[in-house]
Design a protein around this ligand. Sequence first.
Ligand code: GLU
Length: 465
Amino acid sequence: MTVRTRFAPSPTGSLHVGGARTAIFNWLFARHAGGQFILRVEDTDRERSTEESILEITDAMEWLGLDWDEGPFRQSERLEIYQKHANLLLDSGHAYKCYVTPEELDEKRKEAQSRGDVLHYKREWAKLNEGPDVPYVIRLQTPDEGTIEVQDKLRGTVTFDATEVDDFIILKRDGFPTYNFAVVVDDATMNITHVIRGDDHLINTPRQVLIYKSLNYEVPTLAHVSMILGSDNKRLSKRHGATSVVAYKDRGYLPEAIINFLSRLGWSYGDQEIFSKEELIEKFTLDNVGKSAAVFNEEKLEWLNSHYIKNDPPEKIAELVIPLLKENGLEVELDEKLIKIIKELSQRAKTLLDIRDSINYFYASEIEFEEKAKNKFLKSEIKPVLQDIVDKLSNLSDFNMDEMHKVFDQVMEERELKLGKIAQPVRVALTGGTVSPGIFEVMDILGKDEVIARLNNAISVIPNE
Ligand code: GLU
C-alpha cells in the first residue's frame, strides 16, 4: 500500500505555524515512506475563503520546501463528486432529504432553550414540508444509541456517545457539502491512507467515521496531534505575536530553521535538536510523536536560526541578504568581499535582518560616527597612535592578517599600550561604532587603501588637544 497523506488548509488566512507543523508532519510521513503528499484547498466556506490566502499558503509551503505531488485540489471544483456521494447515501437509505426550514429549526431551538435543553434534531421532522420544488438539505441517518469508536494512532480508541451526534447535514440547500462530508469524500476518493492533523479536529471524527461506514469506505489511519501552546501554556494564537510563516520569513528566519523547529514540536528523537531535512525524512515516524502539547519556544527558534545562519554556506546566506540590502537602498555584488563579510557577521547574527542591519559600514563611502563612540574613543591622545598605525600599515607591501598583527604588536610595544586601548578607537575609525567583528578581520575585508583612508579620516576629525 502506497502511503498517501494530505494537507488540507482552509484558505481563510495565511499559513500559521500550527498549520505549517501539520503540513510538515504529513510531508515528512509521506517522504519517509516514499509515498505521496497531496495538497487540498478546503474552500467550501465561500464567504471566508480567498484567492489571496490560497496564494499565501502555497507560497509559504514552497518557501519551506514542502513540495506536493498532487493538487492543489479545490473542494469548490468537486461539487459533483460530493453530490454523487450524497445521492449514493440517499439510495442506500443512509441519508434522507430534510425539508425543515432554517426558520423552523430556529423556532425549535428557542423552544428547547426556554426549557433549558439543547436542540436535538429529530428525524421525524424531516418530511414535514416535502414537495416538488421545496428546497431541502441532505442529512445522514445516525444511530440513536450506543457508542461510536474512533481509532487514533496516538490516542488509541476514543469512544464517543452516539446520542451526542444527531442526524447532521451532509449537503446544504445550495448543493455545497458540509465540512465533515467533503473531508471524508475527498480523503476516500483521493486514497488518503493517513490523516495527521491537529487534535482540534478530534471532535469531528465520530461524524466522519459514520460517513465512512455509510459509504462503505475504509477509515484511514488517524493521528490527532496535540495543539501548540504559547509560552503561557495557552493555545498558540495571534495574541502571542507573529504566528504566520510569512511573518517569520520577513523577520529574517531561514526555512530550515522553521522546519527543524516545528518538526520538534510534538515529535522527538532522543534529545537531538538539530536535524537537516534529509535527517528528518529518514527519522520521522508517528511512533515518536507524543501526546502532550508542545510549547512554542521563541528563543529556541532563534537559536536554531542562528545555528543555520552560522553553518550554512556563506554564499547561500549572501544570496538571501542581497535582496534585503537592496530594499534598504544598498546594491552589492555577490563577490569575495561580501562572502568574507557574511562569514564574519554570521557568527553572531540571530536573523538575516541582523546581518542586513550591521553591514552598511563595509560599503559606506563615508563613515558616520556614532556621537557617543566618537566622543569616547576618538580623543586627542589617540591621534599620534592612529597616525603611527597609518604610517606602518602604509609601508606594508603585503596587507595580510599576519603583517597587520605585527604592526599592532610593534605599536603596542613601542608605546607601552595594551590592545584594549587601541582596538576600540581603531574600530570606531573603521566602522563608526563600537560593535563589529574583530578589527583585523574588518581590516582584511576593507583592504589597505580603504583602511588607511578611514584611519586618516578619523585622525582629521580628532581635535588637537
Ligand atoms: N480544513 C481543515 C483546517 O484547515 C483541515 C481538515 C482536516 O485536516 O481534516 O483546519
